[in-house]
Ligand binder design. Structure first.
Ligand code: ADP
Length: 335
Protein backbone atom coordinates (compact mmCIF):
# COMPACT_ATOMS: atom_id res chain seq x y z
CA UNK A 1 0.00 0.00 0.00
CA UNK A 2 1.24 3.48 -0.86
CA UNK A 3 2.47 6.41 1.16
CA UNK A 4 1.10 9.89 0.82
CA UNK A 5 3.30 12.96 1.37
CA UNK A 6 2.02 16.42 2.05
CA UNK A 7 5.00 18.71 1.71
CA UNK A 8 5.08 22.40 2.80
CA UNK A 9 1.56 23.07 1.62
CA UNK A 10 0.05 26.53 2.02
CA UNK A 11 -3.54 27.30 1.05
CA UNK A 12 -5.53 30.52 1.45
CA UNK A 13 -9.11 31.50 0.76
CA UNK A 14 -8.75 35.25 0.09
CA UNK A 15 -7.33 36.69 3.31
CA UNK A 16 -7.91 33.50 5.32
CA UNK A 17 -4.87 31.24 5.51
CA UNK A 18 -6.48 27.79 5.85
CA UNK A 19 -3.19 25.83 5.81
CA UNK A 20 0.16 27.31 6.75
CA UNK A 21 3.20 25.40 5.50
CA UNK A 22 1.76 22.00 6.45
CA UNK A 23 3.88 18.84 6.06
CA UNK A 24 3.08 15.26 7.04
CA UNK A 25 3.09 11.77 5.66
CA UNK A 26 0.54 8.97 5.83
CA UNK A 27 2.60 5.80 5.90
CA UNK A 28 2.04 2.60 4.06
CA UNK A 29 -1.16 0.96 5.38
CA UNK A 30 -1.56 3.48 8.17
CA UNK A 31 -4.77 5.03 9.44
CA UNK A 32 -3.73 8.63 10.07
CA UNK A 33 -6.29 10.76 11.89
CA UNK A 34 -6.40 14.53 11.41
CA UNK A 35 -8.07 15.99 14.49
CA UNK A 36 -8.69 19.54 15.65
CA UNK A 37 -11.40 22.08 16.34
CA UNK A 38 -13.76 23.38 13.69
CA UNK A 39 -11.99 25.65 11.20
CA UNK A 40 -8.46 24.30 11.84
CA UNK A 41 -8.00 23.13 8.23
CA UNK A 42 -8.86 19.41 8.32
CA UNK A 43 -11.36 19.38 5.46
CA UNK A 44 -9.19 21.68 3.40
CA UNK A 45 -6.36 19.15 3.75
CA UNK A 46 -8.61 16.36 2.45
CA UNK A 47 -10.00 18.47 -0.36
CA UNK A 48 -6.50 19.32 -1.56
CA UNK A 49 -5.49 15.65 -1.56
CA UNK A 50 -8.64 14.76 -3.49
CA UNK A 51 -7.91 17.53 -5.98
CA UNK A 52 -11.09 19.48 -5.31
CA UNK A 53 -9.22 22.76 -4.77
CA UNK A 54 -6.08 24.57 -5.93
CA UNK A 55 -3.38 25.76 -3.54
CA UNK A 56 -0.52 28.28 -3.64
CA UNK A 57 2.57 26.32 -2.74
CA UNK A 58 3.84 22.89 -1.77
CA UNK A 59 3.59 19.38 -3.17
CA UNK A 60 1.30 16.41 -2.59
CA UNK A 61 2.68 13.06 -3.72
CA UNK A 62 1.91 9.35 -3.60
CA UNK A 63 4.94 7.07 -3.48
CA UNK A 64 7.16 9.94 -4.59
CA UNK A 65 5.05 10.97 -7.59
CA UNK A 66 3.49 14.43 -7.38
CA UNK A 67 -0.26 14.25 -7.85
CA UNK A 68 -1.22 17.89 -7.36
CA UNK A 69 -1.36 18.63 -11.07
CA UNK A 70 -3.54 15.61 -11.86
CA UNK A 71 -7.32 15.97 -12.19
CA UNK A 72 -9.25 14.31 -9.31
CA UNK A 73 -10.27 11.27 -11.36
CA UNK A 74 -6.64 10.38 -12.12
CA UNK A 75 -5.40 10.56 -8.50
CA UNK A 76 -6.22 7.03 -7.42
CA UNK A 77 -7.90 8.36 -4.29
CA UNK A 78 -11.39 7.65 -2.96
CA UNK A 79 -13.19 9.95 -0.56
CA UNK A 80 -16.03 9.06 1.80
CA UNK A 81 -17.97 12.24 2.56
CA UNK A 82 -19.69 13.18 5.80
CA UNK A 83 -23.15 13.14 4.18
CA UNK A 84 -22.23 9.97 2.19
CA UNK A 85 -23.30 11.64 -1.10
CA UNK A 86 -25.15 8.52 -2.32
CA UNK A 87 -27.30 8.87 -5.46
CA UNK A 88 -30.86 8.80 -4.06
CA UNK A 89 -32.55 7.47 -7.20
CA UNK A 90 -30.13 4.52 -7.59
CA UNK A 91 -30.20 1.23 -5.73
CA UNK A 92 -27.31 0.20 -3.51
CA UNK A 93 -26.11 -2.09 -6.33
CA UNK A 94 -26.12 0.82 -8.79
CA UNK A 95 -24.48 3.17 -6.28
CA UNK A 96 -21.68 0.67 -5.70
CA UNK A 97 -21.13 -0.03 -9.39
CA UNK A 98 -21.50 3.53 -10.69
CA UNK A 99 -17.80 4.50 -10.66
CA UNK A 100 -16.80 1.30 -12.47
CA UNK A 101 -19.57 1.82 -15.04
CA UNK A 102 -18.25 5.31 -15.75
CA UNK A 103 -14.83 3.77 -16.37
CA UNK A 104 -16.47 1.41 -18.88
CA UNK A 105 -15.58 -1.67 -16.84
CA UNK A 106 -17.21 -4.83 -18.36
CA UNK A 107 -20.63 -5.59 -16.84
CA UNK A 108 -19.74 -9.03 -15.48
CA UNK A 109 -16.67 -7.62 -13.73
CA UNK A 110 -18.82 -4.87 -12.18
CA UNK A 111 -21.34 -7.50 -10.97
CA UNK A 112 -18.61 -9.60 -9.45
CA UNK A 113 -16.88 -6.65 -7.70
CA UNK A 114 -20.20 -5.27 -6.40
CA UNK A 115 -21.01 -8.66 -4.89
CA UNK A 116 -17.56 -9.11 -3.34
CA UNK A 117 -17.68 -5.60 -1.85
CA UNK A 118 -21.23 -6.08 -0.53
CA UNK A 119 -20.17 -9.41 1.04
CA UNK A 120 -17.17 -7.91 2.78
CA UNK A 121 -19.36 -5.17 4.30
CA UNK A 122 -22.27 -7.50 5.03
CA UNK A 123 -24.75 -5.48 2.95
CA UNK A 124 -25.67 -8.13 0.34
CA UNK A 125 -29.30 -8.08 1.51
CA UNK A 126 -29.55 -4.38 0.80
CA UNK A 127 -28.42 -4.38 -2.83
CA UNK A 128 -31.88 -3.68 -4.30
CA UNK A 129 -32.79 -0.93 -1.81
CA UNK A 130 -32.47 2.79 -2.42
CA UNK A 131 -30.62 5.07 0.06
CA UNK A 132 -33.96 6.39 1.42
CA UNK A 133 -34.69 2.86 2.67
CA UNK A 134 -31.43 2.55 4.65
CA UNK A 135 -30.47 3.44 8.22
CA UNK A 136 -27.61 5.85 8.89
CA UNK A 137 -25.20 2.99 9.56
CA UNK A 138 -26.22 1.14 6.40
CA UNK A 139 -25.75 4.28 4.30
CA UNK A 140 -22.32 4.66 5.80
CA UNK A 141 -21.36 1.12 4.77
CA UNK A 142 -22.57 1.72 1.24
CA UNK A 143 -20.49 4.90 1.08
CA UNK A 144 -17.44 2.96 2.28
CA UNK A 145 -18.23 0.21 -0.25
CA UNK A 146 -18.35 2.73 -3.06
CA UNK A 147 -14.85 3.85 -2.11
CA UNK A 148 -13.52 0.29 -1.60
CA UNK A 149 -14.73 -1.04 -4.92
CA UNK A 150 -12.36 1.26 -6.79
CA UNK A 151 -9.34 -0.21 -4.97
CA UNK A 152 -7.77 3.23 -4.54
CA UNK A 153 -4.22 3.92 -3.39
CA UNK A 154 -5.45 6.12 -0.55
CA UNK A 155 -8.82 6.46 1.22
CA UNK A 156 -10.00 9.80 2.59
CA UNK A 157 -12.72 9.84 5.26
CA UNK A 158 -14.33 13.18 6.13
CA UNK A 159 -16.06 12.87 9.54
CA UNK A 160 -17.90 9.72 8.42
CA UNK A 161 -19.49 9.07 11.81
CA UNK A 162 -20.55 12.57 12.79
CA UNK A 163 -24.17 12.25 11.58
CA UNK A 164 -24.87 9.10 13.59
CA UNK A 165 -26.28 8.69 17.06
CA UNK A 166 -23.84 8.01 19.90
CA UNK A 167 -24.42 4.24 20.13
CA UNK A 168 -24.10 3.63 16.40
CA UNK A 169 -21.00 5.79 16.34
CA UNK A 170 -19.27 3.45 18.78
CA UNK A 171 -20.32 0.35 16.80
CA UNK A 172 -19.18 1.80 13.49
CA UNK A 173 -15.96 3.05 15.03
CA UNK A 174 -15.13 -0.56 15.87
CA UNK A 175 -16.15 -1.59 12.35
CA UNK A 176 -13.91 1.08 10.87
CA UNK A 177 -10.98 -0.26 12.87
CA UNK A 178 -11.55 -3.85 11.72
CA UNK A 179 -12.17 -2.73 8.14
CA UNK A 180 -8.85 -0.93 8.20
CA UNK A 181 -7.16 -4.05 9.47
CA UNK A 182 -8.70 -6.19 6.73
CA UNK A 183 -7.99 -3.73 3.92
CA UNK A 184 -4.59 -2.75 5.31
CA UNK A 185 -5.24 0.42 3.35
CA UNK A 186 -3.64 3.82 3.71
CA UNK A 187 -6.42 5.95 5.21
CA UNK A 188 -6.55 9.62 6.13
CA UNK A 189 -9.42 10.15 8.50
CA UNK A 190 -10.75 13.54 9.62
CA UNK A 191 -12.64 14.08 12.85
CA UNK A 192 -13.15 16.78 15.46
CA UNK A 193 -13.73 14.07 18.08
CA UNK A 194 -10.62 13.35 20.15
CA UNK A 195 -11.98 10.01 21.42
CA UNK A 196 -12.46 8.84 17.84
CA UNK A 197 -8.90 9.98 17.09
CA UNK A 198 -7.42 8.13 20.07
CA UNK A 199 -9.32 4.89 19.43
CA UNK A 200 -8.93 4.70 15.64
CA UNK A 201 -5.62 6.27 14.70
CA UNK A 202 -2.36 4.43 14.20
CA UNK A 203 -1.06 7.97 14.41
CA UNK A 204 -2.79 11.28 15.06
CA UNK A 205 -2.01 14.71 13.63
CA UNK A 206 -3.45 17.39 15.92
CA UNK A 207 -4.21 20.58 14.00
CA UNK A 208 -4.99 24.13 15.08
CA UNK A 209 -5.26 27.32 13.06
CA UNK A 210 -3.96 25.81 9.84
CA UNK A 211 -0.92 24.13 11.37
CA UNK A 212 -0.03 20.71 12.67
CA UNK A 213 0.67 21.02 16.38
CA UNK A 214 1.91 17.46 16.89
CA UNK A 215 1.92 14.16 15.07
CA UNK A 216 2.40 10.85 16.84
CA UNK A 217 0.84 7.66 18.16
CA UNK A 218 -2.19 8.04 20.47
CA UNK A 219 0.07 7.20 23.43
CA UNK A 220 2.67 9.82 22.46
CA UNK A 221 0.02 12.49 21.98
CA UNK A 222 -1.68 11.67 25.29
CA UNK A 223 1.43 11.08 27.38
CA UNK A 224 3.76 13.73 25.97
CA UNK A 225 1.68 16.54 24.45
CA UNK A 226 3.99 18.95 22.62
CA UNK A 227 2.25 22.09 23.80
CA UNK A 228 -0.66 23.39 25.86
CA UNK A 229 -3.02 23.29 22.87
CA UNK A 230 -2.52 19.53 22.37
CA UNK A 231 -2.53 19.01 26.15
CA UNK A 232 -5.93 20.60 26.56
CA UNK A 233 -7.51 19.34 23.31
CA UNK A 234 -6.72 15.64 23.78
CA UNK A 235 -8.21 14.02 26.88
CA UNK A 236 -11.69 14.34 28.34
CA UNK A 237 -12.16 15.98 30.81
CA UNK A 238 -9.31 18.23 29.71
CA UNK A 239 -5.91 18.41 31.41
CA UNK A 240 -5.72 21.04 34.15
CA UNK A 241 -3.32 23.86 33.20
CA UNK A 242 -2.18 25.83 36.22
CA UNK A 243 0.67 27.90 37.59
CA UNK A 244 3.18 25.95 39.72
CA UNK A 245 2.53 28.22 42.73
CA UNK A 246 -1.11 27.15 42.95
CA UNK A 247 -0.13 23.69 44.13
CA UNK A 248 3.02 24.86 45.89
CA UNK A 249 5.20 23.06 43.37
CA UNK A 250 8.66 24.49 42.84
CA UNK A 251 9.39 24.79 39.15
CA UNK A 252 10.91 27.15 36.63
CA UNK A 253 8.13 26.25 34.22
CA UNK A 254 5.45 28.86 33.48
CA UNK A 255 2.65 26.38 33.44
CA UNK A 256 1.93 22.87 34.71
CA UNK A 257 -0.39 20.34 33.18
CA UNK A 258 -2.02 17.70 35.37
CA UNK A 259 -4.60 15.26 34.07
CA UNK A 260 -7.68 14.67 36.25
CA UNK A 261 -6.56 11.06 36.87
CA UNK A 262 -3.11 12.10 38.13
CA UNK A 263 -4.27 13.62 41.40
CA UNK A 264 -4.58 11.56 44.52
CA UNK A 265 -6.60 12.58 47.53
CA UNK A 266 -4.91 12.81 50.91
CA UNK A 267 -6.39 13.65 54.28
CA UNK A 268 -6.09 16.75 56.41
CA UNK A 269 -2.80 15.66 57.91
CA UNK A 270 -1.21 14.92 54.55
CA UNK A 271 1.01 17.32 52.61
CA UNK A 272 -1.74 17.93 50.04
CA UNK A 273 -3.10 21.32 49.01
CA UNK A 274 -6.60 22.07 50.29
CA UNK A 275 -9.39 22.32 47.72
CA UNK A 276 -13.16 22.75 48.08
CA UNK A 277 -15.50 20.46 46.15
CA UNK A 278 -17.83 22.60 43.99
CA UNK A 279 -19.23 19.97 41.63
CA UNK A 280 -19.61 16.17 41.45
CA UNK A 281 -20.21 14.33 38.19
CA UNK A 282 -20.64 10.60 38.53
CA UNK A 283 -20.27 8.82 35.18
CA UNK A 284 -20.74 5.27 36.45
CA UNK A 285 -17.20 3.95 36.52
CA UNK A 286 -15.55 7.23 37.47
CA UNK A 287 -16.45 10.32 39.40
CA UNK A 288 -15.19 13.72 38.28
CA UNK A 289 -14.94 16.41 40.91
CA UNK A 290 -14.79 20.12 40.23
CA UNK A 291 -12.69 21.57 42.99
CA UNK A 292 -11.59 25.07 43.81
CA UNK A 293 -8.06 26.00 44.83
CA UNK A 294 -7.73 29.76 45.43
CA UNK A 295 -9.72 31.19 42.50
CA UNK A 296 -8.98 28.33 40.09
CA UNK A 297 -11.32 25.42 39.35
CA UNK A 298 -9.66 22.06 38.69
CA UNK A 299 -11.03 18.71 37.58
CA UNK A 300 -10.08 15.64 39.60
CA UNK A 301 -10.97 12.04 38.84
CA UNK A 302 -11.83 9.75 41.68
CA UNK A 303 -13.76 6.52 42.24
CA UNK A 304 -17.52 6.48 41.73
CA UNK A 305 -18.05 5.18 45.26
CA UNK A 306 -16.84 8.45 46.75
CA UNK A 307 -18.81 9.76 49.70
CA UNK A 308 -17.74 13.36 49.12
CA UNK A 309 -20.35 16.12 49.00
CA UNK A 310 -20.32 19.66 47.65
CA UNK A 311 -18.61 22.00 50.07
CA UNK A 312 -16.27 19.33 51.46
CA UNK A 313 -12.55 19.99 51.72
CA UNK A 314 -10.14 17.62 50.01
CA UNK A 315 -6.35 17.54 49.96
CA UNK A 316 -4.77 17.22 46.55
CA UNK A 317 -1.52 15.35 46.07
CA UNK A 318 0.38 15.05 42.83
CA UNK A 319 3.05 12.64 41.75
CA UNK A 320 5.61 14.91 40.07
CA UNK A 321 6.41 12.19 37.54
CA UNK A 322 2.90 12.65 36.12
CA UNK A 323 3.15 16.44 35.78
CA UNK A 324 3.63 18.07 32.36
CA UNK A 325 5.71 21.26 32.20
CA UNK A 326 5.24 24.05 29.66
CA UNK A 327 7.16 27.30 28.99
CA UNK A 328 5.72 30.80 28.50
CA UNK A 329 4.96 30.11 24.82
CA UNK A 330 3.10 26.94 25.79
CA UNK A 331 5.71 24.49 24.50
CA UNK A 332 6.55 21.36 26.46
CA UNK A 333 9.77 21.38 28.46
CA UNK A 334 11.47 18.53 30.24
CA UNK A 335 12.58 19.23 33.80
P1 ADP B 1 -12.19 22.17 9.39
O1 ADP B 1 -12.45 21.10 8.38
O2 ADP B 1 -11.03 21.86 10.29
O3 ADP B 1 -13.41 22.57 10.15
P2 ADP B 1 -11.74 23.83 7.06
O4 ADP B 1 -10.63 23.17 6.37
O5 ADP B 1 -13.12 23.61 6.51
O6 ADP B 1 -11.72 23.50 8.61
O7 ADP B 1 -11.50 25.41 7.08
C1 ADP B 1 -10.22 26.00 7.38
C2 ADP B 1 -10.35 27.52 7.30
O8 ADP B 1 -10.62 27.91 5.95
C3 ADP B 1 -11.49 28.11 8.11
O9 ADP B 1 -11.08 29.35 8.63
C4 ADP B 1 -12.60 28.28 7.10
O10 ADP B 1 -13.48 29.33 7.48
C5 ADP B 1 -11.84 28.62 5.85
N1 ADP B 1 -12.53 28.16 4.63
C6 ADP B 1 -12.81 26.87 4.30
N2 ADP B 1 -13.43 26.80 3.10
C7 ADP B 1 -13.56 28.07 2.66
C8 ADP B 1 -14.11 28.68 1.48
N3 ADP B 1 -14.64 27.94 0.50
N4 ADP B 1 -14.05 30.02 1.39
C9 ADP B 1 -13.50 30.78 2.37
N5 ADP B 1 -12.96 30.28 3.47
C10 ADP B 1 -12.98 28.95 3.65
Amino acid sequence: MPQLHFDHVTKSYGDVVALRDVSFEARDGELLVLVGPSGCGKSTTLRLIAGLEEFESGTISIDGNAINNLPPKDRDIAMVFQNYALYPHMTVRQNLGFGLKMKKTPTDEIDQRVLATAQSLDIEDLLERKPGQLSGGQKQRVAVGRAMIRKPAVFLFDEPLSNLDAKLRVTLRDEMASLHQRLSATIIYVTHDQIEALTLGNRIAVMNEGQIQQIGTPQEIYQTPANTFVASFIGNPAMNLISPALLQIESTADCLGIRPEDFSLGDKNSSGVEAIVTGIQNTGADCFLSVQVASKTLTVRTVSTTTLAIGDSIYLQVDLAAVHFFDTTGNRITE
